[in-house]
Design a protein. Sequence first.
Length: 384
Amino acid sequence: MTLNAWSILSISLLTVMAGAAVAPALGAVQAAFPDVSPTTIKLLLTAPSVCIIPMSFLAPRICARLGVRRTLLLGGALYLLGGAGGGLATSFPMLLATRIVLGIGVGLVMPMSNSLVSVFFAGEERVRMMGRTASTANLGGIVALFCSGWLAQANWRYAFAIYAISLVTMTMAALFLQEPPPEQSPAAATGRLPLGAWLGALGLLLLMIVFYCIPTNLALFLIREGYGEAANSGMSLAGSTTAGFVAGLILPRTRLMFGRQLPLVMLCLMAAGFFCLHYATGLASAMGGVVLVGFGLGSLWPSLLVAVARATPLPLSMRAMALAGSMIFLGQFLSPLVFDAVGVLLDTRQPRDIFGLAGLATGAAVLGMALLGRQVRRMMEQRA
């Protein structure tokens, strides 16, 4: 790969780490600020998302004025200031303020990677690079979970040092990232996004709503069922992220193997994983289910991004990727609300039942896609 390609991949390291990096340190942060409620402490994870979504839609306008490289450097600087700066906070309001700055930085950076892939790559090479960006994002999550947890054992402030990884991205962008041609600039055009971009973004929203029931319920599930402790939950989630990392790397091969049936196959795999969790009898079966879901997600996520990219003219690619990225974060936010609401309607809030509902929802998606595909084929045959 070229240095420009490596620079684009390095951007993906910053997106997942926005929320994952400080999660293992929340207990230590709570001990450092005992007067702050646990609910408020969790704002350290959710506050960045509040800024990420609106800033991602402003990013194309800022990029049109400053250029891709300068916008990326600005976002990286805010990422470093808000991320690593949290370790220097002397009060909880100051710490929360740094998380807001972090969200602004992530909102500027997030649309860059995939939109630049759309500009500089085409065909199967674009699919390969989309898979690599998803794998790199998953790798960032793995590194963040392990390194910040290890650093937090010494002092919770040290966990925020993981955000210094943005220095690598900023250095590579300054030295090696190519500025897109003016006629292909992802911030150059105005106009409406095509329907295909909206449908792909909707798919990412629904996919993330279903998947995120695992991170929000797994620890409680393992402890309540007596299958493990919080450490086992972290290990299981790392297994899911690792499976997604592998899935992204081999995406071109799986697309070649399954062709147009890839979404159905991966949704079936995710449904099987959710049902493994629902019927789990121990830690091993629960971890197996999490890995299956992670592999399916790692294949579907970049595939949907490819679909959004293919449906969108190059000058509109940054707006399309901002929409797609926003739907991912919105799905993470909505997931517990959706499953809690369904749980109230069905009079159940047990994690095991939530995983079963996720399996049923995924299975229903498989059935619906299969029936829709069959109907489309019939219509095409009749026209022929």
